[in-house]
Ligand binder design. Structure first.
Ligand code: GRF
Length: 220
């Protein structure tokens, strides 16, 4: 029997890389039939680069300061990513807004993980805003990447409870744990070809998902 070909992934990072690590762990424990063929960082100090090196994954630093414009950077990034012929490109804490020049050849192949229940709290400092607004729910979202910041079609969310005793550190940790569950889970759906995007609607196993994507409630 021919083995199912595994999903070829490129991961883009800027920092700690704990989501990258969750994906590496899922692959090495055979819970995710995928291969990370490249980790690309736009920050030379990203700890995620060390994580990738330890896992034997090829890494590249592609730094915006080496390019004359955002367009030039996006085109260089596009060409670099294309050399790996990825089935899926995962943004995992990649702090750079990608323009059409990058996105165009990879339509429907780029996912992002965001630390809020989108469409609430796009952008930065989501945990601080949730605490300031005294919300009782928070979480993370995985969505297709489009040129609109944090606004592409949603695939899944993991919801955490915010309690009276929570602070910035504790909700950050809860959201991170939820992320480390959610990203490998969603990537697994891609590996099994269970996810489809059709006219802004995401479906799983042929069933159209709600606008929030599939929601997981993480017990406190
Ligand atoms: C995560 O919270 C993710 O949602 C956001 O950036 C953070 C990256 O964390 N996009 P890490 O680098 O994976 O630890």
């Amino acid at each position: 029997m021919t083995p199912t070909p595994s999903l070829n992934i490129a991961v883009l990072i800027s920092g700690n890389g704990s989501n990258l690590q969750a994906l590496i762990n899922a692959i090495s424990s055979k819970q995710l039939p995928a291969k990370i063929s490249a980790v690309i960082s736009n920050n030379i100090d990203a700890y995620g680069i060390q994580r990738a090196n330890q896992a034997g994954i090829p890494t590249t630093n592609l730094l915006p300061k080496d390019y004359s414009s955002r367009k030039a950077y996006d085109l260089a990034l596009r060409d670099l990513v294309a050399t790996y012929q990825p089935d899926l490109i995962l943004l995992a804490g990649f702090m750079h807004i990608l323009g059409h020049d990058f996105l165009e050849p990879f339509q429907e192949k780029i996912l992002n993980i965001h630390p809020s229940l989108l469409p609430s709290y796009p952008g930065l400092n989501t945990h601080q805003q949730v605490l300031a607004d005294k919300k009782s729910e928070h979480g993370c979202s995985i969505h297709y990447v489009t040129a609109d910041l944090d606004a592409g079609p949603l695939i899944a969310q993991a919801v955490i409870e915010v309690t009276a005793s929570d602070n910035l550190e504790s909700i950050k940790n809860k959201v991170h744990s939820a992320e480390h569950f959610l990203y490998p889970t969603v990537v697994n759906w891609f590996a099994a070809r269970r996810i489809r995007l059709c006219k802004e609607q995401v479906s799983l196993d042929g069933f159209i998902l709600p606008h929030s994507g599939l929601r997981f409630i993480i017990p406190d």
